[in-house]
Design a protein around this ligand. Structure first.
Ligand code: ADP
Ligand code: MG
Length: 345
């Protein structure tokens, strides 16, 4: 049946991640899914590319152009570029021109009040009628269909690019929360450092990420694969190719993986006993791109002795959860982050 009210809605859900920005629209699904990267001209700060196009330039730009990740380590490191990037992605979305949109944005839970205000302002500048901010772990939990309204504790671990967010959620609130600045980016960096140390080989971030995704793993996963990679020799400066084994990548990733395990254990220790009992029954749900690292689920299972469930759509559940909230603001009222609108005079 033709629904007039649906036809008129103009709701935009955004996952403003440190690595990827996604936009979801009810009825259309995910309409934007691009890296949170901006390429800028050094001399006059002119923006030359956003998203996919900008990420392809990482490590390949002529001296005059630099690539920037405006949300680094889970905080907004560059307000101006963050705003430009949000505007750019929203502009790509075809919305009803006659109605100003309602925009809900999931933000890393470590962002400060000032940064929240900046995100809110950016959304208003692009014409939002109403803006809602949501903590990323809460959006992820809703996206995964957890019973967040019930007095039952759920533990969610979201391993993104800049941060690993560990949260215990019950009664529509975050009961306990830890944000580690160790996640996918640190894993890439660990691979870069390993190759430098062991092979005197210098590779860029994108190469390190490809290595991680194709043959990276967490112990005790039995990764048998190998990969030929190209880089520059640190001694003679000449390009060279080496073959790296999956086992070596696992060794390279040991440090960041250990740090994530320690963070999870610490968060479990701080969880109130009643909720800990719920987690014992229900297990831990893991999501975010980093949760796709091979063997990570098994490793968590061994270290915590708890059931571990991987989200079916780890890269999408935050934006899907944000969309759900927007489509039912009344039931989700409690999860909206309250940032007061402050006018600076
Ligand atoms: P954010 O929410 O911070 O934007 P995402 O949830 O989009 O982050 O996850 C991005 C991170 O996940 C990146 O560091 C990326 O390298 C990593 N990633 C994506 N796919 C895989 C994979 N198959 N194995 C390991 N890491 C992955
Ligand atoms: Mg995320």
């Amino acid at each position: 049946m033709f629904s007039f009210s649906k036809y008129l809605t103009n709701d935009i859900a955004i996952d403003l991640g440190t690595a990827n920005t996604l936009i979801y629209i009810e009825d259309k699904g995910i309409v934007v899914n691009e890296p949170s990267v901006v390429a800028v001209k050094k001399s006059n700060q002119e923006i030359v590319a956003f998203g996919i196009e900008a990420k392809e330039m990482v490590g390949r730009t002529p001296g005059e152009i630099i690539t920037v990740r405006p949300l680094q380590d889970g905080v907004i490191s560059d307000f101006e570029l963050t705003e430009q990037m949000i505007r750019h992605f929203i502009r790509k979305v075809k919305v009803n021109k006659f109605i100003r949109p309602r925009i809900a944005i999931a933000i890393p839970s470590g962002v400060t009040e000032v940064e929240k205000r900046a995100v809110r302002d950016s959304a208003e500048h692009v014409g939002a009628r109403e803006v809602y901010l949501i903590d990323e772990p809460m959006a992820a939990a809703i996206g995964m269909g957890l019973p967040i309204h019930d007095p039952i504790g759920s533990m969610v671990i979201d391993i993104g690019g800049g941060t690993t967010e560990i949260a215990v959620i019950a009664l529509s609130g975050i009961v306990n929360h830890t944000s580690l600045r160790i996640a996918g980016d640190e894993m890439n960096e660990a691979i870069v450092q390993y190759l430098k140390r062991k092979y005197n080989l210098l590779v860029g971030d994108n190469t390190a990420e490809t290595i991680k995704i194709s043959i990276g793993s967490a112990a005790p996963f039995d990764e048998q694969g190998s990969l030929k990679i190209k880089g520059r020799d640190l001694v003679d400066g000449i390009p060279k190719t080496i073959e790296i084994l999956g086992k070596e990548v696992q060794e390279a990733l040991a440090e960041p993986v250990d740090a994530i395990m320690d963070g999870v254990k610490l968060c479990l220790e701080q969880t109130p006993p009643e909720l800990a009992a719920d987690i014992l029954d229900r297990g831990i749900i893991i999501t975010g791109g980093g949760s796709l690292l091979k063997g990570l689920d098994e490793r968590l299972r061994r270290e915590t002795n708890l059931p571990i469930v991987i989200s079916e759509v780890p890269l999408e559940c935050v934006v899907r959860g944000t969309g759900k909230i927007l489509s039912d603001l009344i039931s989700y009222q409690k999860v909206l982050t309250k940032t007061k609108k402050v006018y600076i005079t």
